[in-house]
Design a protein around this ligand. Structure first.
Ligand code: DON
Length: 552
C-alpha cells in the first residue's frame, strides 16, 4: 500500500506559544506548586532546591499524585554536565510474597490496587532528601516549609482539584480518614473554597525540623507502621528504617544528532525510548510527514516491538539481570526494525520479545526545572493510581501509594494499565516494582536542549518520546510539540490508541493496514517540558492538564 501523506487536523490545531523566559523555568502540573518553585529560585535556590520544594508543595496542592507516601525518580544534569539518576521508587515490604495478590483460584485480586495491602514502602522523602543533600544550596527547612504553610493555612480549591476530588469519591469514600479530609464527609469541596490539611502540616513540619529520618524512624514511622499493622497492611517499622534511595547511572543514547540522557531500570522508560528511537531513526521516521498514516504506523510498530521486550526482560536491576546491552544492541535493533512491514500491521499475537544477542557477561505527576546556571532536573513521582490506595493514615494526613500493582501478580496477568509482566517483575521482599516513569534530558552538542517527562502509566514512555520527536523531527515549539495529538501502542492488548485530533483519512489508512484502531482514547500521558534555545527557555505544561510554566 502506498502511503498518502495526509496532514491531519492535528497540525491545524497547533499554534499555542510556550511560556518564554530568559533565565530560569519551572513547569509543574499544578500552578501553586510552580509558584513555590519560582520563589525558591528567586531566593537563591538552585534547580534542585526548587524541585524538592515543588515536590513537597504538590504533596499538598495536588493530592491525586503529589505525595510523601509514594515514590519516583529524579534525573538531573548539572551545569557542569554531570548526569545522575536518583531512584526513590517504593519497595515491596519484607512481608510481601510472590503470590500474595492471587485468590484461591489463582486469579489476581484487587488488593494490589485498593486499601492497606496495596502499598509499597514509600521512597519520596528519602529521594528528595538525597537530591537536596547532594545538589541543593538552601537549608532543608527552607525547601520544606512552603508546603507546611500551604497545608496549615490552606489554599483556594481550583476547578481542576474540585473535579478531581469528586472523581476520587469511589476510592476515597471507602476510607473514613480520606473521606473526612478530601471529600468533606461526602459534601465535597467546591472551586473557590479554602482547603486545609492540619495533620499533614504537622507531619511536614516534623520532617522540616528533623529531616528525612523523621519519616523513616521518627513519630511518623511509628504511627504509620502501627496503623498498617492494625489494618492488615504490610509496611513495618523495619521496612521504613531500612529504606534507602539510590543513585544509578543514567542510560545514554542518541537520536538524530542529539544525545539522550535516559532513565535506567527500574524505569522501563529509558531503554524503551532509546530502543524505539533507534528503530525510528533507521526507518526514517522524520520524513514520514506529521499526522500521516506512515507516522502513526511506524510509531505503532516500534512501540509494539518494544513493549513485547519490556514484559519479558525488565524488572528491578538489584534483583534480576537485565540484558541492557542486548536490548540496545544496534544489530538487534536493526533486525527488529527490519521486521516492520510498511504494508501491514504485525498482529501482536505473531510477535514475541526478541531473541537477544548473547552478552558477555492515573496518577503520577511530573516537574521540569532549569535554573540560571543551567542546572536541570526532570522529576516524576507517583502514588500509582489517582489518590493511590485511597488510604490516609489517621493523624499523619497523607495518602499511601498502591504501587504494589506495578509488579506482575503472576506471569502474563495485566496490571491496572494493561501492562503484562513476567518473571523479571514478580514480587519479592525488598524488590522495586518496574516503572514506566521516564524523566528525560536531551542535549545537543553537549548543551542542554530539553528537560521533559510525564505521568500516564504505560503511556508515559510513548508520550514523552512523541513530544521529543515533535521537537527534533517536526521542529515544533515546546507547547505545540506537547499539545499535538498522540497515539499509543503497547503490544498487548493489540490496540492502536489514538487521541482526538487525528484525521479521519489517516485513521482509514491505518485500519486498512490492519491496525486495531481505538479512537477518542483518553490522554496519552501528560507531558511537561522545557526547551532550551540560545537566549530563551520555552516552558510548556501539557494542554491536557491544568499545569503552569513560569520563570524569569
Ligand atoms: O511507575 C509507573 O509506571 C506507574 N506507577 C505510573 C502511574 C501513572 O503514571 C499514573 N498516572 N497517570
Amino acid at each position: 500500500m502506498k502511503f498518502i501523506v495526509v496532514l491531519s487536523l492535528a497540525v491545524s490545531l497547533l499554534g499555542r506559544d510556550p511560556v518564554r523566559t530568559r533565565k530560569a523555568m519551572v513547569v509543574a502540573q499544578e500552578p501553586i506548586a510552580t509558584d513555590v518553585g519560582v520563589e525558591i529560585l528567586k531566593r537563591g535556590g538552585n534547580a534542585y532546591d526548587a524541585a524538592v520544594a515543588v515536590s513537597f508543595a504538590l504533596a499538598v496542592t495536588h493530592p491525586t499524585a503529589g505525595n510523601i507516601g509514594g515514590g519516583g525518580f529524579a534525573l538531573l544534569r548539572t551545569a557542569s554536565g554531570e548526569a545522575n539518576f536518583i531512584d526513590f521508587r517504593e519497595k515491596a515490604p519484607a512481608k510481601a510474597s510472590r503470590d500474595m495478590y492471587l485468590d484461591a483460584q489463582g486469579k489476581p485480586t484487587r488488593d494490589s490496587v485498593v486499601g492497606w495491602k496495596a502499598s509499597g514502602v514509600p521512597g519520596t522523602v528519602r529521594g528528595l532528601a538525597l537530591l537536596h543533600k547532594k545538589y541543593g544550596l538552601l537549608k532543608w527547612r527552607d525547601v520544606v516549609m512552603p508546603s507546611v504553610k500551604l497545608a496549615r493555612n490552606g489554599f483556594v480549591v481550583s476547578y481542576a482539584l474540585a473535579r478531581g476530588l469528586r472523581g476520587g469519591e469511589r476510592l476515597l469514600g471507602q476510607f473514613p480518614e480520606s473521606k473526612r479530609l478530601y471529600l468533606k464527609q461526602g459534601n465535597f469541596y467546591e472551586a473557590g473554597e479554602v482547603i486545609r490539611f492540619p495533620e499533614l502540616a504537622k507531619t511536614l513540619e516534623r520532617i522540616a525540623k528533623r529531616g528525612p529520618d523523621e519519616f523513616y524512624q521518627g513519630v511518623t514511622a511509628k504511627l504509620l507502621a502501627a496503623e498498617m499493622a492494625k489494618n492488615g497492611g504490610m509496611v513495618s517499622e523495619e521496612d521504613l528504617k531500612s529504606y534507602q534511595a539510590v543513585e544509578r547511572k543514567p542510560i545514554l543514547g542518541s537520536y538524530r544528532g542529539h544525545e539522550v540522557i535516559a532513565a535506567p531500570p527500574p524505569s522501563s522508560g529509558g531503554i524503551g525510548m532509546l530502543q524505539m528511537m533507534a528503530m525510528l531513526e533507521r526507518l526514517d521516521y522524520a520524513k514520514a510527514g506529521m499526522g500521516s498514516a506512515k507516522h502513526a504506523h511506524l510509531l505503532a510498530e516500534t512501540m509494539r516491538r518494544y513493549y513485547a521486550d519490556r514484559s519479558q526482560f525488565l524488572g528491578d536491576p538489584d534483583f534480576v539481570k537485565i540484558p541492557l546491552k542486548g536490548l540496545l544492541d544496534p544489530k538487534y535493533i536493526a533486525s527488529r526494525a527490519d521486521s516492520i512491514s510498511l504494508d501491514r500491521a504485525t498482529p501482536s499475537g505473531e510477535l514475541k520479545h526478541g531473541p537477544l544477542p548473547a552478552e558477555e557477561s492515573e496518577e503520577t505527576t511530573h516537574l521540569s526545572i532549569v535554573d540560571e546556571k543551567g542546572n536541570a532536573v526532570s522529576l516524576t513521582y507517583t502514588l500509582n493510581g489517582g489518590y493511590g490506595s485511597g488510604v490516609t493514615v489517621s493523624g499523619l494526613g497523607f495518602l499511601l501509594n498502591n504501587e504494589m500493582d506495578d509488579f506482575s501478580a503472576k506471569p502474563g496477568a495485566m496490571n491496572m494499565y494493561g501492562a503484562m509482566g513476567g518473571e523479571a517483575n514478580a514480587i519479592a521482599p525488598g524488590k522495586r516494582m518496574l516503572s514506566s516513569m521516564t524523566p528525560t534530558i536531551v542535549t545537543k552538542d553537549g548543551k542542554l536542549a530539553l528537560v521533559i517527562g510525564a505521568p500516564g502509566g504505560t503511556r508515559i514512555i510513548t508520550g514523552v518520546m512523541q513530544a521529543i520527536l515533535n521537537v527534533i523531527d517536526f521542529k515544533l515549539n515546546m507547547q505545540d510539540a506537547i499539545d499535538a495529538p498522540r497515539m499509543h501502542h503497547q503490544w498487548m492488548p493489540d490496540k492502536l490508541y489514538l487521541e482526538r485530533g487525528w484525521s479521519p483519512d489517516t485513521i482509514e489508512i491505518l485500519k486498512k493496514l490492519g491496525h486495531n484502531v481505538e479512537t477518542g482514547t483518553p490522554a496519552v500521558s501528560n507531558v511537561h517540558g522545557i526547551l532550551v534555545e540560545d537566549k530563551w527557555l520555552q516552558g510548556a505544561p501539557d494542554g491536557r492538564s491544568n499545569g503552569k510554566a513560569a520563570g524569569y
